[in-house]
Design a protein around this ligand. Sequence first.
Ligand code: HAM
Length: 419
Amino acid sequence: MYRAPRGMQDILPDDQPAWQQLIALCEDIAKRYGYRRIDTPIVEATEVFLHGVGETTDVVEKEMYTFRDKGENALTLRPEFTAAICRAYLEHGMAAWPQPVKLYAIGPLFRYDRPQAGRYRQFHQFNVEAIGDADPSLDAEVIDLAGQLFQEAGLTDLDLVVNSIGDEHCRPAYVAALRDYYRRWQDLLCADCRARLERNPLRLLDCKNPTCLRLGEEAPRSLDYLCTPCAAHFQQLAAYLDRLGRRWRIDHRLVRGLDYYTRTVFEYQPTEGGAQSAVGGGGRYDGLIARLGGKPTPGIGFATGLERVLLNRRKAGREEPAPARPLVFVVAIGEETRVEAVALASRLRARGIPTAGPLLSRSPKAQFRQADASGARLAVVLGPEELAAGEATLQFLREDRPPQRVPLAELAPVLLASA
Ligand code: HAM
């Protein structure tokens, strides 16, 4: 039997109400904070991610679905939105729009990762980007948007952790200090970290190997190496966050897995669950647009995995939204009513009434059983007698009320009134 590809899943009808409700919440929050929707292609030129996300990241090194199309173009299924949105910012001359340009996206992403709970090869993100303004108030706004989303989604036990990893002026000295420190402990490092030590020592800080973790606690801290403008930026962000009343703490080991970050990085992590299972995260990327060939342009953004939000919602015991049900089920009795029953169902649907049936391959009894199972509130019964009188019988499936005969012409308004 064929199965969905490993790490990818069907979203079945019963799961859809929770999905649609979450997507509607994301869109509503985006609107409240002034973000407008953008959709980008599911594939991009591979170079967008190579240069954008960075060649020494796990995403680029191990996780991209890359292929050549029939024209020999190297394309990649998008593993994230940020680089793609910045590509669109440049392609469409958004630098000429009022800044910052605030955009959001929702859709599927692809990472060839080891599947486990909350980690998939196809997953979905809600992602926001504010491009064209370096002020720390914007960092605070993005962090606040994320917090508001999680609050309204019913996720209560989340820690907000924040760090600053400096910029191109102060980061080199920090990276050098980090490399010196880890070199001293080289023999204790895991194989991955030893390999990463020379190329990208920042990544050693978020290794989950117990020995590397312990070494990370004593490692040099980026906040101690910030240049004056980066330190001032972080201080102002801290003041905004304190005033916004969102509980937060500094995590010196938070660096995030993507190379484009500068200054602010942050994550929302389940209180019990560890950094591996961050529900969402983001940060500032003041060098990314230039890396993609544009003029130096600052940006800050955030993304959350919708699967992880739903998983944590369920863990928190939040109630699932009710599945959609038809309002009425048309039951046809007798050969001569068949054509009219089909036309009747069509008329009701055209009037905006969610209508199921008629199921003409089944007996009336089986139709009633199905009507009951469908969750419909009303059965609209069309038998030979009703047909002759130009009427239908309304039966209340969930209430103890007597049936009611209604002229066909009045059926839609009567049903709408009882909706
Ligand atoms: P990220 O941390 O790679 O950041 O992903 C953000 C969120 O996407 C994660 O916190 C998680 O909820 C979800 N996620 C990531 N990978 C998976 C996976 N394999 N399965 C399920 N969920 C996953 C970014 O993608 C950045 N582009 C965020 C950003 C926007 N930074 C600035 N602007």
